[in-house]
Design a protein around this ligand. Structure first.
Ligand SMILES: [Zn+2]
Length: 269
């Protein structure tokens, strides 16, 4: 009985097209420092690749807590140089190359993660830059690949001006807005997504330059028309209002199934 259960599990594992696990759903200074929600990033498995998107503070600990082996990584993807997105990029690279002789894996990251600017020091160390097989800079309009997955860079309007979002097109099409406010036309970059992950920082009725609120997510969703929406990256205000409440508002307005992510939540598609 036990062995047939294991066989069934491994068959189902092979049949699944995509798996996401949230190693964190928090955002911003206060939420991150007090870990009101974790900030370890999003684990994506698709087309035999295992990718960490935005390994912020706590990535390694949350991976262990949720039963993920970080040495399985084949790619590290970082949208911008904020601590809740990029703090553990070097740790993630060390995990990725563990068990491999020589250079291994892919790093895709925005300009300010790979370069020092007037405001930010380069977060990727010179030592860790030499460990992966490829380190590629991503910007809006960039294209790259991780194995069979095509990755496209999308434009953001965030106060870290080099921030970039992503579309991962493999056995499923998954969009990730990263941080930033809505702007007209934003949705065209995410058309045809099976799943759109939105960093819905603020609840409805709240506005802050460079950050997405619920009204912005509704406008984005009306343009992009994804099959499903998942909200994440919640601020203090969002946690007070209740992310699930905002998800209901978005679903009512757009007709698109919308879920508010929880730490450790898994999506299998
Ligand atoms: Zn940010």
């Amino acid at each position: 009985m036990v062995s047939s259960t294991i066989v069934l599990y491994s068959v189902l594992n092979k049949l699944r097209l995509m798996k996401l696990k949230f190693l964190g759903t928090g955002s911003g200074w206060g939420v991150m420092i007090h870990q009101k929600r974790a900030t370890g990033g999003i684990w994506l498995e698709m087309n035999d690749e295992k990718i960490i998107i935005d390994p912020g503070a706590g990535f390694l600990c949350k991976a262990k807590e949720y039963g993920i082996d970080p040495t399985d990584l084949t790619a590290v993807v970082v949208s911008h140089n904020h601590t809740d997105h990029a703090t553990e990029i070097n740790v993630a690279i060390e995990a990725m190359i563990t068990g491999h002789d020589g250079k291994y894996g892919t790093v895709l990251a925005s300009h300010n993660v790979l370069n020092t600017s007037d405001k930010y020091i380069r977060i990727l160390s010179r030592f860790h830059e030499d460990l992966p097989e490829r380190v590629l800079e991503m910007a809006p309009g960039s294209e790259a690949n991780i194995g069979k997955i095509k990755v496209y860079g999308t434009k953001t309007e965030h106060y870290e001006t080099k921030c970039v979002g992503f579309v991962f097109e493999g056995s499923k099409k998954v969009g990730y807005t990263s941080d930033g406010t809505y702007y007209p036309g934003m949705g065209s970059q995410f058309e045809g997504c099976d799943l759109l992950i939105v960093n819905n920082f603020l609840p409805h009725g709240n506005f802050m330059p460079g950050h997405m609120n619920t009204e912005g997510t509704i406008m984005l969703a009306m343009e992009a028309k994804p099959k499903k929406i998942v909200l994440t990256h919640f601020s203090e205000q969002m946690l007070e209002t209740g992310p699930s409440h905002e998800a209901v508002l978005i679903e009512k307005q757009t007709g698109i199934p919308t879920t508010a992510a929880e730490d450790g939540m898994e999506i299998i598609g």
